[in-house]
Design a binder for this molecule. Sequence first.
Ligand code: UFG
Length: 350
Amino acid sequence: MKILVTGGAGFIGSHTCLALLERGHEVIVIDSYVNSNSQSLQRVVELLNSNNLNRSTGIETCSADLRDEKVLDQLFSAHEKLGKSIEAVIHFAGLKSVNDSVHNPLKYWDVNVGSSINLLSVMNRYNCRTIVFSSSATIYGFSNNKPIKENTLIKPINPYGTTKVAIEQLLNDLYNSQPDKWRIANLRYFNPIGAHHSGMLGEAPIGVPSNIFPYITQVAAGVRDEFTIFGNDWPTKDGTGVRDYIHVMDLAEGHVLALEYLVNNQNQIINLNLGTGKGTSVLELLNTFKRVNNINIPLRFSSRREGDCGSVVADNSLAALCLEWTPERSLEQMCIDGWKWQSLNPKGYI
Ligand code: UFG
């Protein structure tokens, strides 16, 4: 299939482009590169070449902001005129910092929701009505430390999460307006970490990372002095926060399967949790990282981070059933691959 990947140069996007190309799909990436680097896509092509898997002509790229509807329209129109229309979209593009969203809600609504409206309008115009949307577990109102099912109460607590819910609602409204036309999957990610096992692709945050894994790898690399654990008084196994960490390649493969599932089944809108179903505490993650990489991580404890919750773990049974998908890579593998990426690319994609 010919697939448009918005935000395809980013962390999850680039790994997904690789998984799509390995599967024989054609990929067009549209990315503004405000939070990513085009190098990631060159690396994807290098990886394909090195595996003799260069079945396609590579990745077509378009450097643009999705809020520019004209560019999007031209992209769809050009492919239609060539007789090879864009058949489906995987929509990653958007801003993703929880903290930034609290201080700049208008920016988040404009970029995340505004660009989604443009994208869906253009898709509708060109009869492209299959979309996999990058949603997040952040939309759930957490409860009872139980694994979270897709029908758990939706109650985001920050503007980033609110924009994800708004886009899901928009997709829902769109589906209901033409249920015989749209095929939609909202993929709700838990905590993606790790990197491609080659060390060629990985997460390259700009500035001080706010997420746990890039912070750990930067402390391990000596870029930062110590790691701070936010709270040791949570009602969890060791008092530190528990999350469901998933290897980014397992997540990427989940996208390919979700797309193929949509195409091969009846029209529908479906919400799927992509996580492993296993809870890991901050201390467990740190200890695993130290053990498998034989490296020390200086650490200290501080109070809880505002807006955090104790435990967030997926019930992934629906995704496992529908997509015939099982996340295969262990926590150890996530730590090994993530450290390889950091060691080989101390400055990210430069
Ligand atoms: N943590 C620390 N120290 C740090 C960073 C994080 O102890 O320096 C802890 C947090 O308190 C939490 C765990 O590590 O217990 C994970 O924190 P992250 O910031 O890495 O991830 P979150 O679960 O808070 O949030 C992430 C993404 C959101 C997404 C959410 C989905 O940042 O965008 O997962 O569950 F929505």
